[in-house]
Design a protein around this ligand. Structure first.
Ligand SMILES: NC(=O)c1ccc[n+]([C@@H]2O[C@H](COP(=O)([O-])OP(=O)(O)OC[C@H]3O[C@@H](n4cnc5c(N)ncnc54)[C@H](OP(=O)(O)O)[C@@H]3O)[C@@H](O)[C@H]2O)c1
Length: 240
């Protein structure tokens, strides 16, 4: 039985993770959930999975969630302290790091320092501080399991063999919603158009990063840290 702390449980990655948990109750138990402010969904997730702790971004949200949860035994935390507690202190042995953006870094590092394996979706942790995250993981003998699909594919191709065997990684990109659009019309692109990804339903930040192809740049950096290849050995090909 794997005991999971899911950080970012109300997001695209978080809700998909909870679907997998729900499909395999004999294999996974949720010990902690954390998100920012989606209290309706968090309340439902707590009632369904009965974690030891749930954490939200602010004290006001924590108070409201506590009120809604009534007599349920789940402890309610908030802020960075709550996030770190969710990542380190609830008996989980695998931390799913699926918060979006820079807020994911501290709990990811905290989990590693506490000796927990990390299923890493929060690529921003590696982009911002790959040198710290990978060094700490090595020092603690902790595994970082890539959740980002391209990196997960490389990880699965390796099948347990050393990443030092890799000579080159090629990341594919769909090219996003504006691949065939004439460049001179780019100034009229609206946020709504940029949020329509041709292949995937994901959170807003990664969808916008995909539309601008910035996401592929972040993925190159992520691959560099995850697999120890120099950046010039990580190629990108647009392959819709
Ligand atoms: N979606 C994908 O298919 C995909 C694929 C590859 C990689 N990723 C990576 O996975 C990460 C999550 O992406 P996503 O698409 O799942 O994002 P998302 O749908 O926007 O969800 C973000 C999650 O982070 C939580 N959150 C945001 N700020 C927070 C804070 N300050 N403290 C605590 N929780 C906070 C949100 O809570 P609220 O709902 O309460 O705001 C939500 O649970 C990103 O780093 C992304 O690059 C995603």
């Amino acid at each position: 039985m794997r005991r999971l702390a899911i950080l970012g449980s109300t997001g695209s990655i978080g809700t998909n993770t909870l679907e997998v948990v729900a499909a395999h109750p004999d294999r996974f138990k949720v010990t902690a959930l954390a998100a920012r402010a989606n209290l309706d969904l968090l309340e439902a997730q707590v009632r369904r999975h009965a974690p030891r702790l749930v954490s939200v971004a602010t004290e006001a949200s924590a108070r409201e969630l506590r009120r809604r949860l009534g007599r349920t035994l789940t402890e309610v935390g908030w802020g960075v302290t709550g996030l770190l507690q969710a990542a380190t202190d609830t008996g989980g042995d695998l931390v799913v790091s699926a918060i979006v953006g820079g807020a994911g870094l501290l709990p990811t590092l905290g989990a590693i320092e506490a000796g927990k394996d990390v299923a890493l979706a929060n690529k921003e942790s590696l982009v911002m501080a790959g040198h710290l995250v990978t060094a700490e993981a090595q020092r603690r003998g902790v595994r970082i399991l890539p959740v980002d699909s391209e990196h997960s594919a490389v990880f699965q191709c390796l099948g347990g063999r050393e990443a030092s065997l890799l000579s080159r990684i090629v990341l594919t990109a769909s090219g996003g919603p504006f691949r065939a659009r004439p460049r001179e019309t780019f100034v009229r692109i609206t946020p709504e158009e940029a949020l329509k990804h041709p292949n995937w339903a994901m959170g807003k930040k990664i969808t916008i990063d995909s539309a601008t192809l910035m996401n592929k740049g972040l993925e190159v950096i992520e691959a560099h840290w995850l697999f120890g290849l120099p950046v010039n050995k990580v190629d990108v090909i647009i392959h819709p």
